[in-house]
Unconditional design. Structure first.
Length: 247
């Protein structure tokens, strides 16, 4: 992680409300993720809301881990029980649950990066089950309105297109980049729900953008885009990765 951060560029983006980060194995997407995390090195956030998609099980709500901490090789990451409770109390689409937290990598891989770049923080770990319009918009609006004036960061976990030839992947992923760079939340949501773009964590990204906008974000900047072909040299079937700051 420290090597990835050393090689990532620092853009001096201020007032970051949310980050978009990939969640593949570090050897594939760690360098791209480092571009997001480099921007918040030594920043001070009381809580980090991580919104991740569920790859391994289906449930029709946003699941907050019903426990006290997540553990990584770098130690324990305490869960912000107070903010978690406030979310659950505010929306029927947000529930305390173990669903999505037992064998889900998309949230876990963000934690060591956070442990390296931030000093003292708690997390609200959210795994989105069904990525429906209701679950997406409800989560984004609830986070944004509840914590409008609080010192929080949102991390949305997603990869982009999966297993296309290199040139096809770049073409597909450029559509996602355009929506994000234009801060076009409505366009991104419509394209995602209509399946004209590929993002396994499209719902979490849209929720993060909705919340960030309510909290004062006005723009977004794609910091790095690569795909697995850039890392492995195998361009026959690649997975796309993007990092972004929303501020």
């Amino acid at each position: 992680i420290e090597d990835f951060l050393k090689r990532a560029e620092f853009y001096a983006v201020e007032n970051i409300k949310a980050l978009i980060c990939p969640h593949a194995g570090y050897i594939y997407s760690g360098q791209v993720a480092a571009y997001s995390y480099k921007q918040i090195t030594n920043a001070s956030y009381k809580s980090v809301f991580i919104i991740a998609p569920s790859h391994s099980e289906y449930f029709d709500f946003n699941s907050i881990y019903y426990g006290k901490a997540y553990e990584t090789p770098l130690g324990l990451v305490e869960i912000d029980a107070e903010k978690s409770q406030a979310l659950v109390d505010s929306s029927p689409s947000i529930k305390f649950s173990y669903h999505g937290h037992r064998s889900e990598h998309s949230l876990e891989v963000q934690l060591p990066f956070l442990q390296v770049v931030l000093k003292d923080f708690k997390i609200v770990p959210i795994v989105m089950g069904r990525q429906s319009k209701r679950n997406i918009e409800d989560l984004g609006n609830t986070i944004g309105n509840l914590f409008l004036n609080e010192n929080i960061l949102i991390v949305a976990s997603t990869d982009l297109s999966h297993y296309h030839p290199y040139s096809t992947a770049v073409s597909l992923d450029s559509k996602v980049k355009d929506y994000i760079e234009n801060f076009d939340i409505e366009g991104l949501e419509n394209a995602f729900l209509e399946d004209t773009i590929e993002m396994c964590g499209g719902g979490p990204v849209i929720s993060a953008m909705i919340a960030a906008k309510i909290m004062g974000a006005k723009t977004s900047r794609v910091l790095c885009y690569r795909n697995s072909g850039d890392v492995t040299g195998d361009t026959s079937a690649v997975v796309g990765y993007l990092s972004c700051a929303i501020y």
